[in-house]
Design a protein around this ligand. Structure first.
Ligand code: ADP
Length: 306
């Protein structure tokens, strides 16, 4: 069955320490990483697109070329005069990573400013992916525009997928953060939270509490990720299902564990609607990803999984 997946959010320029004072440039961001892995694992009759806004400057052009090269479509990416992509730098000190961000005026903040464009993109697609980071970077009126379109998509029976990806440093106010994340979940038919974030910020005592809270918001399908332990699936009327994580000998870099899980899960789930099989496949993929450097691991390194 052919189809089209749309992921909505912010892709940033990544600067990583190379040798000495030299920096290596890359591009990453949670929703883009998910699109990347979905593209790797969806069959060729599926199209995967990214929706964001970038500038008209050189680095924005380079980012678009990079995205295209991964096979993810850029046709829904608006170019905004006078803005640039957000940027972050990874510092490595004694094996520990820390991050600095420059994203307060990034072009992606305008991704929902053209409501007609947003509607046309969402209407053209079958699966729509967004995250708590997508919501965190938008002004309240832009959040409303986006959620209105996503609620329409959910009502039309599309698969609307939300990873809360709670990042308190992106939000000014905790109450507003939790309200907006909950509003995002209400617009979704599938929510894919990480239990440690949910426990830390919503105060969930256990995974059952996370599932109950999202169910109460009208979410029919929930995948709660819990790092090395595994994932718990609550899908429609089916009994709750636990899928263990794959064994990892040596963790190299956990960046993108959740994003690669999401992308692999969505790709596999799109093919045959078997959530358990999709979760096992995604667990294998995420386990392989964390045994390699960087957010975007190439297909040849994931071949054992595919
Ligand atoms: P996030 O990176 O979004 O916080 P998690 O830490 O829950 O998400 O990890 C996402 C997925 O990655 C897990 O569901 C699991 O499949 C896999 N994973 C993460 N850490 C490990 C680990 N140490 N061993 C095996 N799999 C892991």
């Amino acid at each position: 069955m052919a189809g089209r997946l749309l992921s909505i959010g912010e892709c940033m320029v990544e600067l990583m320490q190379a040798e000495g004072d030299l920096l290596r440039k890359g591009y990453a961001g949670d929703t883009f990483n998910t699109a990347y892995y979905a593209r790797l694992f969806l069959p060729n009759d599926w199209q995967v697109d990214y929706l964001t806004a970038v500038g008209t400057d050189t680095v924005s052009g380079e980012m678009l070329a990079f995205i295209e090269k991964t096979g993810v479509g850029t046709g829904f990416i608006r170019r905004v005069e006078g803005r640039s992509p957000g940027l972050y730098m990874i510092h490595l000190k004694d094996g520990e990573r820390s991050f600095s961000y420059w994203r307060s005026v990034s072009a992606a903040k305008t991704l929902a400013d053209d409501a007609a464009h947003l509607r046309a993109a969402i209407e053209a697609c079958d699966i729509i992916v967004f995250s708590g980071i997508t919501l965190a970077i938008l002004a309240p009126s832009a959040v409303e525009t986006l959620l209105l379109e996503l609620r329409r998509a959910k009502a039309a029976g599309k698969r609307v997928v939300f990873d809360p990806n709670i990042r308190p440093r992106l939000w000014d106010d905790k109450h507003h953060m939790l309200e907006t994340i909950s509003a995002g979940a209400r617009a979704a038919s599938l929510v894919m939270p990480s239990f440690d974030d949910e426990a830390a910020h919503f105060g969930d005592a256990d995974i059952a509490a996370t599932i109950a809270r999202y169910r109460a918001l009208g979410v029919d399908n929930i995948v709660v990720k819990d790092g090395p332990k595994g994932v718990t699936l609550s899908f429609g009327d089916a009994p709750i299902l636990f899928v263990a994580s794959a064994t990892v000998d040596r963790i190299v870099d956990t960046t993108s564990a959740g994003d690669s899980f999401n992308g692999a899960f969505l790709a596999r789930y799109a093919i045959d609607d078997d959530a358990g099989a999709a979760a096992r496949f995604a667990a294998e993929t995420a386990a392989t990803v964390i045994q390699h450097h960087g957010a975007l691991v190439s297909k040849d390194k994931l071949n054992g999984t595919a």
